[in-house]
Design a protein around this ligand. Sequence first.
Ligand code: PPY
Length: 318
Amino acid sequence: MPDAPNPTPTQTYSYLGPAGTFTEAALAQVPGARGQIWRPVNNVGEAFADVASGRSMAAMIAIENSVDGGVTATQDALASVPNLRIIGEYLVPVNFVLVARPGTTLDDVRVINAHPVAYGQCRNWLERTLPSHGHIPASSNVAAASALLETDQADAAIAPPGIDKHHDLVVLASEIGDNPNAVTRFVLVARTAELIAPTGADKTSLIIELPSDRSGALLDMLEQFATRGVNLSLIQSRPIGDSLGRYRFVVDADGHILDERVADALLGLRRFSPKVIFLGSYPRADKRRIEFTSRYDDGIFIEARDWLRGLIAGEPTE
Ligand SMILES: O=C(O)C(=O)Cc1ccccc1
């Protein structure tokens, strides 16, 4: 029997384009995105605007890399666009090549096109090999390379390996990243309020503002997690922007909002923070199950709450 025809695409996924970016490789990991419409965009703002307006069902965005840390444009956009939720995370190993128009040699390179996140991951190689180069920021790794064929403002570009197969460019140097095991973490962001069911290997992302001018506010924030046995895998401060000295924290916590210890930590945060943004609980890319001692088991929290309710209700105690 012939295969049934593919169903008509109904969902649009935005991603940092053009085709061939690491972001596209991350989107290729999403089973539900296969056969759907993939919309290349030029920056994080455009991707989020697509999701906020309903033009796209979801957007794939780089959020963190193992060499250069958080992608601040993404973190700031997540704090400012309301009603967005992270619905999945995906890891892509990243490696870079330096490409140029045919006929260019490494000695000819003065100015380099590069996406800022890629540039930040090749810093050592660039300082060693091309100490007096200039940098023109590009909107993506592939855009950096293809711009070489449109203008001669730059002599070379930092790009993903394999780019020379699709463009008339030559590779001047390979493996120029500062860490051969570099990995970028991408998140799929959608406009939904629905919770994703816990898997036992989950992560919860939050943005937490601290009350200003209060000593110990950061410690207060950390204690909410520590006293409930919730481990953090990312904590990064970003300026709120309205005045000096005001910061929000981007935090990834092990566990799911439906885990009692995580829910209890959120209650604690809400009591002292002027603003807690819940960005979502979603399955971890590495599928690593969360370890915690029995002291922080769901049952212990439920039993303690029932005990308190009993006291308030005047139930007899043993
Ligand atoms: O997706 C890409 O290729 C990008 O241009 C963004 C990026 C930059 C550096 C590492 C991972 C993603």
